[in-house]
Design a protein around this ligand. Structure first.
Ligand code: ZN
Ligand code: ZN
Length: 254
């Protein structure tokens, strides 16, 4: 499995792109920073988008992607998957014919550029040979993370989350090849992190204690660039094994 990191930042400033992870060119996880980081040609290859939650930094580029798809002039649909509440929010607040044209009915309802699909938590679906399952995360709005499995390989992508022990307990015995997880704030901002449904390095460490076996690789995302140096230091101090902070533009193999 090859994941192209289009964006892994918790803030939108020059040189950083918002959360977007492209699996084998076709399946996108979150759509915060797609159209500004992926070529027009590569954007046309996206078939499926899994959205963790409806916060703008994870959905912002859905409208611009739809616009680029229709500009290509080729008939194409992109499926967008999430839980009912998230899908409803995207439809109601983003693709509502006011903020942006409603690409769920353009050019017509049966051939729309965007095809919104509701999935249920903890119910596996099969997409392009990948088994993908949504699990509830802990955020200020309805949010899920995704377990992705193919053959013997697997990874879990959290999107935004605070401590989510109920889900981690369910996954604690899985042999994860990789955990892609957020750390947004430095340790001294633990209270803010918990109140806003995010993690610090120490909270991540608490999360990882539950895993047996531990995920083989830990990739950290969603760092606020303002705190990057501090969080890097704190992650190094806390962990006794390798952890990598993801940067937009790189690719990882799982
Ligand atoms: Zn969020
Ligand atoms: Zn976010």
């Amino acid at each position: 499995m090859k994941i192209r990191v289009l964006g892994a930042s918790g803030s939108d400033i020059p040189g950083y792109h918002l959360s977007s992870f492209l699996l084998n060119n076709k399946i996108l996880f979150d759509a915060g920073g797609v159209t500004g980081s992926l070529s027009f040609k590569s954007q046309q290859k996206i078939e499926h988008i899994f959205i963790t939650h409806a916060h703008l930094d994870h959905i912002r580029d859905i409208p611009f992607l739809a616009d680029n798809i229709i500009l290509s002039g080729k008939p194409k649909r992109i499926n967008i998957y999430s839980t009912e509440e998230v899908i409803d929010d995207i439809k109601k607040h983003l693709l509502n014919s006011k903020i942006w044209p409603d690409f769920t009915v353009i050019p017509d309802v049966n051939n729309s550029i965007l095809n919104l699909k509701v999935i249920n938590e903890e119910s596996e679906i099969l997409i392009e040979g990948y088994r993908i399952t949504a699990y509830r995360m802990n955020h200020t709005v309805m949010a899920v993370g995704f377990l992705v499995e193919k053959g013997k390989k697997s990874f879990f992508y959290t999107g935004d989350t605070g401590p989510a022990m109920e889900t981690w307990r369910k996954l604690s015995n899985k042999r994860l090849d990789a955990l892609i997880i957020e750390v947004s704030f430095p340790n001294k901002m633990k209270e803010l992190a918990i109140n806003t449904g995010h993690l610090t390095a120490e909270l991540l460490f608490e999360t990882l204690k539950i895993f047996n076996p531990k995920p083989k690789k830990i990739f950290v995302t969603h760092i606020k660039p303002l705190y990057k140096k501090t969080i890097e230091r704190e992650l190094k101090r806390v962990f006794d094994y390798k952890i990598k902070i993801l940067q937009g533009g790189e690719s990882i193999k799982i």
